[in-house]
Every structure is written in structure tokens, then in C-alpha cells.
Design a protein around this ligand. Sequence first.
Ligand SMILES: [Ca+2]
Length: 247
Amino acid sequence: MRRWWLITLSIIVTFVTLEITSKSTFNATAFGANRNNKSHLIAQNSSSTRIMPLGDSITGGEGSQNSYRRLLWFYLLNAGYSVDFVGSLRVNCGRTPPQQDFDLDNEGHCGWRTDQILGQIDQWASSTRPDIVLIHLGTNDLGSGESPQSTIEDIRGIIQKLRYYNPYVKILLAQIITTCGSEERKISFNSLIPNLANQTNTYQSPVIVVDQYSGFNVSDTIDGCHPNNTGEGKLASRWFEALKKVL
Ligand SMILES: [Ca+2]
């Protein structure tokens, strides 16, 4: 009897040791990715929360920039969250980002309007089924003569489609940064975002406004439109603060 008890105890100790080792490896890997600039060191597993960064070139990252996604990735990992960025793209406006030590997957489609995103979201959401979607859209619509109201309706359509593939999806919806084109139209568009969030928010599938507008200046861009390192830091911080409330 005593022998069986010892065998059982031995099995339990082995299992607990393996669990601790496994968790230590994950944390070391996450920080190691930051230190060694090796994308293959990025740890993910099937239980990670799937986050889709969805938008235009402000999400994708213009040319030589890494985009806000890199900083956000390390904010999340260093805070201990197990996340997996998802999307059909792994490039920044057709180019490889300068640093590739983060999860490159994204849906930041350079130059795209919201109605174009709406036309493709079925395909993307069905293949990745995100748990959380970060939406920063509207810049190209407003810049090409689309009305703020029609752009809002396109975003409403995107939310509905995302819910078809995951009824529990959480939407973080940006009031967009103040660059590129008419300031007046941006302000008008951003003023409609809280109303859209109120109308679409549910307990099962929250829609949360993230203010990316206030505190963001043209000096936070590389070209008057796209965030520079400082601007990316501001975007990443606002997303991170919002994500902490839903992760
Ligand atoms: Ca990924």
C-alpha cells in the first residue's frame, strides 16, 4: 500500500515540475525574442487570445516603420499575456518591417477604404476567427470623399460580419489619429464613433471606444500621415490600456 502511495506521489511531483518548466520556458522565450531579434523564438499556443489588427496603412505600418504592432506585441508579452496576432498579411505596405522579432500577422491594408475592408472581412474572419479586433479605419474614406456617416455604416457592417464568425468577439474601435487630410472631417467622423459603439455594444460582444485622436499630433508622423516611432508608441499604449480591460 505504501509503495503505491509513493508511486502516485512521484507522478504528481513529476507533473508539477513539467508544468513549472513549461511556463518558465514561455516567459524566457518571450523576453528572448525581444533581446535576440529572432522571430522564430516567438511563443504561441492554441490557447492564446487571437487579436486581429484591422485597418489601413496606419495599422500596417508605412515602409520603413515597424508599425504600432511591434511595441504592442512586447507590451502584451512582457505583461504576461498569451496572445496571437492574426491576419492574412505579414508585410508593412508590401515591405518587410525593419525588425521582425514580433508577430507580424495583421490586416493593415495600405490605402484601403472601410468599404473595401467590409468586402473582404468574411474571408479573413472565417480563416482566423479573432477573439479581439483592433479597428482603426476611416482615414482613406474621408480622404477620398466618402462621408463620415457612410464610413460609420461600413464599420457597423464589419462588426456584424465579425460576429458571424465569433459571436463573442470583442471590438476595440478607434477614434482615428489626426493626420492626413481634413481635420474637420476627422472630428466629425470621430464624434460619431461613441454612438456607433453604444448602438452595437452587447454584453456578449462588447464594442469599446479607444481614443487614438487626443494627444496625437502631426509631429508624431513621418510624413504628415503615418506614425513615426513616437506616434507608434502612442497608438500602442492606447491599445494596450484598452486591451488590459478585456484580456
Ligand atoms: Ca500570429
